[in-house]
Design a protein around this ligand. Structure first.
Ligand code: ADP
Length: 458
């Protein structure tokens, strides 16, 4: 009879499946670059390349007091940002909790709540002292609203559809800036809504404000998306608007959708297919599903469940807890990879505490290696997206900086190093000209800078 396979034998199989070779990466970059071009020239593409109406870079000398409001997935954040010029700023902020009911309640009520929080914030931060709002002062506000919107100008945006668990009725298809202005008026706030902003665009502008070499911004959080500055003359689909051809405009790529539906370009394993098909939106966000924090833990879980079914792991133990979708958070993969002990005590802890399962050392070594394969593939995959923008804009010779944010980039061990290693695999030594760095706060500082730029432009 056949000799029993060891965990190391199994690992080799997954190494083959999850490894992205440099050659494969270059093929992805080529297709990705073409997709970016198509999205710029034709409306309603899978990767929509949304024009943001944010024109050009900040000069760094923008000054003044600005309010920023960020309607995120879990919190509402209000910031007072004082831009001091020379890339410097001060920030005061308060977070307000959103309830699940508020996310599903009428849209106008949701914006009324935002205005009410702004009122509380303005009232508590008014006075004569430094960093306080002066009575009678009218404040410009940048509103970070990171749900897909189609814009015709910076202070306008029709909500295409809610994402991230929101479902407030009477909002989709409507101009959310207009709705929000109504709420501001209701509470008689001395505030002008100046700009409606996506978080990637805010991150791009804020990162450039402090590091002018920044040309691209990428978010690696629950989702994955990027923004960069494009030449207006190369955005074919907005030619009819008659915008100055010499101007530049930030583009929100919504690149998580790359290779959706057709699945022609990205090498997906059968585990990725299982995760996709069981997701609430099968076929969509194909690129994001290989990269972002929402999915990496789930890919790991699906592999582990297959090995349990094959009788390879946890023989004789009750493993029902692992059958629950999304029960393994991507943060667990981070912890497994960074376990410093020979015995892999952290992994023992995770499996006994959360899943009531005993593990052998060989199993734990396998889990750590599997986490590494999944995390490394995500980083190298995202290097392909960055490389496509670099290609498109011709940045490789002079080099550029990439502002990156989100828990995956900030907390997953070696994530930035692996992105850099991927860029070198794609471009050779010249890949070192592209450097990622931790981004500045996009929805606070970035939003304030965009509000300032808009004010100057008007
Ligand atoms: P968001 O994208 O919602 O604004 P984050 O940038 O914090 O917020 O991303 C949240 C995602 O990051 C979640 O999917 C979570 O699983 C993942 N995550 C949280 N902590 C870590 C960690 N330490 N290592 C890797 N991923 C993490």
């Amino acid at each position: 009879h056949a000799t029993k396979k060891t965990m190391a034998d199994h690992l080799r199989r997954f190494e083959n499946l999850f490894t992205l070779t440099p050659q494969r990466m270059r093929m992805i970059v080529e297709a990705f670059t073409e997709t970016l071009e198509v999205g710029l020239n034709k409306p309603n593409q899978v990767v929509p390349m949304i024009p943001t109406f944010v024109f050009g870079w900040p000069t760094g000398s923008e000054k003044g007091d600005f309010l920023a409001l960020d309607l995120g997935g879990t919190n509402l954040r209000v910031c007072l940002v004082t831009l001091q010029g020379e890339g410097k700023f001060e920030i005061t902020q308060t977070k307000y909790r959103l309830t699940e009911e508020q996310k599903q309640d009428d849209g106008q009520k949701l914006f009324d709540f935002c205005a009410e929080c702004l009122k509380t914030f303005v009232d508590t931060n008014s006075g004569d002292g430094p960093g306080q709002l002066k009575p009678g002062q009218i404040l410009p506000l940048g509103f970070t609203f990171s749900y897909p919107c189609s814009q015709e100008r910076i202070d306008h945006g029709e909500l295409i559809r809610w994402t991230k668990g929101f479902g407030a009725p009477n909002t989709e298809g409507r101009d959310v800036a207009e709705m929000f202005k109504k709420s501001l008026a209701k509470f008689e706030l001395p505030i002008t809504l100046t700009a409606l902003i996506n978080d990637t665009t805010g991150t791009l502008v804020a990162s450039h404000y402090v590091n002018p070499k920044t040309k691209i911004a990428v978010i690696f959080g629950t989702g994955c998306n990027a923004a960069y500055m494009e030449h207006v003359k190369d955005i074919g689909k907005i030619k009819s608007l008659g915008i100055d051809e010499d101007a530049d405009m930030a583009i929100n790529c919504e690149w998580g959708a790359f290779d959706s539906f057709e699945h022609e370009h990205l090498p997906r394993t059968k585990y990725d297919v299982v995760v996709d098909e069981a997701s609430n939106k099968p076929g969509e966000q194909a690129f994001e599903k290989l990269i972002s924090g929402r999915y990496l833990g789930e890919i790991f879980r699906v592999v582990v469940c297959e090995l349990i079914d094959e009788g390879v792991l946890f023989l004789g133990q009750n493993t029902y807890k692992l059958e629950k979708p999304y029960i393994i958070d991507t943060a667990f993969l981070s912890l497994m990879e960074s376990d410093p002990t020979d015995e892999l005590l952290m992994i023992i802890g995770i499996f006994t505490h959360f899943f009531n399962i005993e593990t052998t050392l060989a199993e734990r070594q396998f889990f750590r290696a599997l986490a590494k394969l999944i995390g490394r593939r995500a980083a190298r995959m995202s290097a392909c997206g960055i490389a496509a923008i670099v290609n498109k804009m011709g940045y490789i010779e002079e080099g550029c900086a990439v502002g990156a944010d989100g828990s995956l980039y900030n907390k997953y061990p070696m994530f930035p190093e692996r992105v850099h290693e991927g860029l070198v695999d794609i471009f050779g030594d010249k890949g070192r000209n592209i450097v990622t760095h931790h981004a500045e706060d996009g929805s606070g500082v970035g939003s304030a800078i965009i509000a300032a730029m808009t004010k100057i432009r008007k």
